[in-house]
Design a protein around this ligand. Structure first.
Ligand code: MLT
Length: 273
């Protein structure tokens, strides 16, 4: 993995292939390993694939931030784009990665040619959701990161996958072993995230919203509302997958994203580096 010095921590990322850049942002409580089924397929399709570990996850240490906010992750990704001297990129964000991506696209903190918002939604956290995040933070301190990971692991996959030992093993690989501080910051950032629905009209690049027919975390309606609020948004549902459709059905997922990107941001596009 390569690193970028952010000031209070190095940011670890992988960077493979040539062509227009596509940056993949993982969700919670996950790492860059989540995107392993996408890397080779997108490189083979003519893209440069960049996959960071967000601060506090995978190999990237949490740094010295004291309170979690989406703006911190947005700032880190903006620094990555500048470090790589990219004039533009397409962005793919999954779940919490989608919350980050909406902020990044709406606030124009990084130039984008296209956005893919997977298994995510717009909007601030509800009062009940905020209480659940607080309860998880308490649990994190009482029982440790593995207990919080486990409570998410039960919801991440479609019912047909979730009780299979091979899938549980796969989940462990993509979740890694985060420190308490990194988990806490992400839970705080999700709890306190701003209401992005009022920003959607300001996101003018083509956007694809992907949802899973069996997602137990993000309802289909949330994806449809998100796509409807985006000036150039469209929603596509994947059958038979839960919250991690990129792992559960990688071929269909890759094909869906690649046919969107080949229109919105074809490999021959200029200005990718
Ligand atoms: C994620 O997958 O990033 C989280 O489940 C998002 C959330 O809890 O809101």
């Amino acid at each position: 993995m390569a690193t970028l010095e952010l000031g209070d921590t190095p940011l670890y990322y992988t960077d493979q292939g040539n062509g227009p850049a596509v940056i993949f942002i993982h969700g919670f409580p996950l790492t860059s390993a989540l995107w392993q089924p996408q890397v080779d397929a997108f490189v083979a399709a003519g893209y440069r694939v960049i996959v960071p570990d967000l601060r506090g996850f995978g190999q990237t240490p949490v740094g010295q931030q004291t309170c979690g906010s989406m703006a911190t992750y947005v700032h880190d990704l903006e620094a990555l784009l500048q470090h790589l001297q990219l004039s533009t990129a397409a962005w793919v964000g999954l779940s919490m990665g989608g919350y980050i991506l909406l902020e990044l696209l709406a606030k124009k903190q990084a130039p984008a040619t296209a956005g893919v918002l997977c298994f995510t939604r717009a909007g601030a956290e509800s009062p009940e959701g905020r209480d659940k995040r607080d309860a998880l933070i308490q649990r994190l301190h009482a029982e440790g990161p593995a207990a919080v990971q486990q409570s998410f692991a039960e919801l991440l996959l479609a019912p047909a996958h979730k009780n299979q030992p091979s899938w549980q093993q796969r989940l462990q690989q993509v979740m890694g072993q985060p420190a308490t501080a990194g988990m806490q910051q992400a839970l705080e950032a999700m709890r306190d995230r701003q209401d992005s629905s009022s920003w959607l009209a300001d996101i003018h690049c083509p956007c694809l919203v992907v949802c899973g027919a069996e997602d137990q975390i993000m309802p289909r309606q949330a994806a449809q509302d998100l796509a409807a609020g985006l000036p150039q948004g469209r929603c596509q549902e994947l059958a038979g997958v839960g919250h991690l459709g990129n792992l559960e059905a990688p071929d269909v997922f890759n094909q869906t994203l690649l046919s969107f990107l080949q229109q919105a941001y074809p490999p021959a596009a200029k200005g990718s580096a």
